[in-house]
Write a protein that binds this ligand. Structure first.
Ligand code: SF4
Ligand code: SF4
Length: 530
């Protein structure tokens, strides 16, 4: 019986792999790569209390034991909790939602024929109004400065306080909190919601679900509605939306934001924070051992056990901390990516500790360095020492400098402005009398609320002649809050230095005689170059 098998093995290299050998080799390779697994079949039933003799049978699984990249969502039913961090979250929610919904309705007098909405993104006029500040497309450096400040602010808060933005002020957190509040109001607290979730469909369940979804939809509609009011005069747009005369883009934006708010706040919730948002990954790179974050004092709580258990630590394993968590995690398992440091588990555990007559703070905000100190029985550093350290001071200094620069830029900004583009095709024209002519496209801006007559001039170390196309004088009237485009010519007399030189630097100026404001732009005159 053994001969043919030996022959087959030795013959294989010459005759090529048999199908069976190839399959075995492939399976071996896949097994090494972890794509299939060898799984023992269910144990044979014991007979008369004895296991059957012989080697354990093995079975090759043909399906890949793939680490699935998909995990079905486990619904989370956070329990109601009260405490200082819950109160802080309510306060932040009230302030952020209040600002978001009220801002488009604040009026701001900017004079006749100008929008009186304090915060307005005027897409048609290509302008952004923020109270007394007006940002034109040319002020991109202001927008860039604001983005830099926002980035530095997030760096600063993350380095000092971890994911405080995620836990308290992120729109996803705020709206999810609001949706959970509604859910609790309609369906009851955690246990009632769990019972309802597992209950078969009935009239009561359908009624509660419909009520909840209707309220969610109204909240989502108000959210989308508030957003579109930032892009048009809010009272006028509201009237148009109600009467069905608003532009289609307003309805489309409203529908899109309503749908996303409904889906993200009502159903996706913690999935957005864990899977969709890139910020948790970025934040991990900004935190260090001195960053204040949430942790469980396991050296105090473990071994956990019911009250009165001999040798047990302070944790009575009541799971209150896990039951209130909106992310559905247990902080006692250690710091996790999903934790948004909202502090609700602190409130829950503090409540339990108070009722047990034990010191609060089994779960709390602390740093990794504090953890080492506390484990060694030493007192942790004061909080201000974690917040005020070279890294956070550097972020704060950069943030302040960026802010100061932004304010300075806004204050020194002239209400009139000029952009110059030399015409490049052709760069210069030779006239019949030998004069060299250059053409320039100019854009003059008047940010004043009334029309201004601006005088055009130039400065150069060359005897040039300036002329505006289609008119005799060198003045241009620019309407209030508008720009004016025009073409100007500079002529260099024949045989002059500017006519011969390849480039002669110069500066074009506009002056507002009424206010004395001036603005200029550097450019050059292109001569023959010989
Ligand atoms: S573990 Fe605590 S701090 Fe982290 S998300 Fe859950 S409740 Fe909030
Ligand atoms: S709430 Fe406190 S006592 Fe209860 S399980 Fe959590 S850590 Fe333990």
């Amino acid at each position: 019986m053994s001969r043919p098998r030996t022959r087959a093995r030795t013959a294989a290299p010459e005759a090529g792999l048999t199908a069976g050998m190839a399959a075995r080799a492939l399976r071996r390779g896949l097994r090494h790569a972890g794509l299939i697994q060898v799984k023992a079949p269910p144990a044979l039933p014991a007979q008369n209390g004895r296991r059957p003799h012989g080697p354990e049978p093995r079975q090759i699984m043909s399906q890949p034991a793939s680490p699935s990249l998909y995990a079905a969502r486990e619904p989370v039913f956070p329990r109601r909790v009260s405490g200082r961090f819950r109160r802080l979250k309510w306060a932040v929610m009230a302030v952020t939602l209040g600002i978001y919904h009220v801002l488009p309705w604040i009026r701001w007098d900017r004079g006749p024929d100008r929008p009186d909405q304090a915060v307005l993104v005027d897409l048609a006029g290509r302008r952004f109004f923020f109270f007394w500040i007006e940002i034109w497309p040319q002020d991109f450096h202001v927008v860039a400065g604001l983005l830099v400040m926002a980035g530095l602010g997030l760096f600063l808060f993350t380095a000092a306080l971890g994911r405080v933005w995620c836990g308290y002020a992120c729109p996803q957190t705020v709206w999810t909190d609001l949706f959970i509040l509604t859910e609790r109001w309609v369906e009851g607290d955690r246990n009632a919601r769990l019972r309802l979730w597992h209950a078969p469909w009935s009239l009561t369940k359908a009624r509660l679900r419909l009520t909840k979804w209707t309220i969610w939809l109204l909240i989502a509609l108000a959210t989308g509605g508030a957003w579109v009011f930032y892009f048009a005069d809010a009272p006028t747009l509201l009237q148009a939306l109600v009467t069905g005369t608003a532009p289609p883009v307003a309805y489309a934006t409203l529908a899109l934001l309503t749908a996303t708010t409904f889906a993200f706040g009502g159903f996706a919730r913690e999935q957005i924070c864990i899977y969709a948002c890139p910020w948790p990954r970025i934040q991990a790179a900004m935190m260090d051992e001195r960053t204040i974050t949430i942790g469980y004092r396991d050296w105090r709580g473990e071994p956990r056990g019911k009250r009165g258990t001999p040798g047990a630590g302070d944790c009575v394993d009541c799971k209150a901390c896990a039951n209130v968590c909106p992310m559905g995690i247990d902080i006692r398992d250690g710091q996790q990516l999903a934790c948004i440091t909202c502090g609700l588990c602190i409130d829950a555990c503090d409540d339990v500790m108070t009722r047990l007559g034990r010191p609060r703070g089994l779960i709390g905000y602390f740093t990794l360095t504090d953890e080492c100190e506390e484990r060694a029985g030493r007192p942790p550093r004061p909080v201000w020492q974690h917040i005020l350290r070279p890294r956070t001071i550097l972020y704060a200094t950069l943030w302040t400098l960026a802010g100061a620069g932004l304010i300075f830029t806004l204050f020194i900004r002239s209400p009139i402005d000029i952009d110059v583009s030399p015409v490049r095709n052709p760069t210069h024209v030779l006239l019949s009398d030998g004069t060299i002519r250059n053409a320039y496209d100019l854009r003059l801006r008047n940010r004043h609320p009334e029309a201004r007559t601006l005088a055009l001039s130039f400065t150069a170390d060359a005897p040039l002649r300036l002329r505006i196309e289609g008119q005799d004088g060198l003045t241009v009237t620019v309407p209030a809050d508008q720009t004016a485009d025009l073409r100007a010519y500079l002529d260099a007399p024949p045989e002059s230095a500017a006519a011969a030189a390849p480039h002669t630097p110069l500066r074009l100026w506009i002056t507002d005689p009424a206010s004395g404001d001036r603005a200029s732009a550097a450019t050059y005159f292109t001569g023959k170059g010989d």
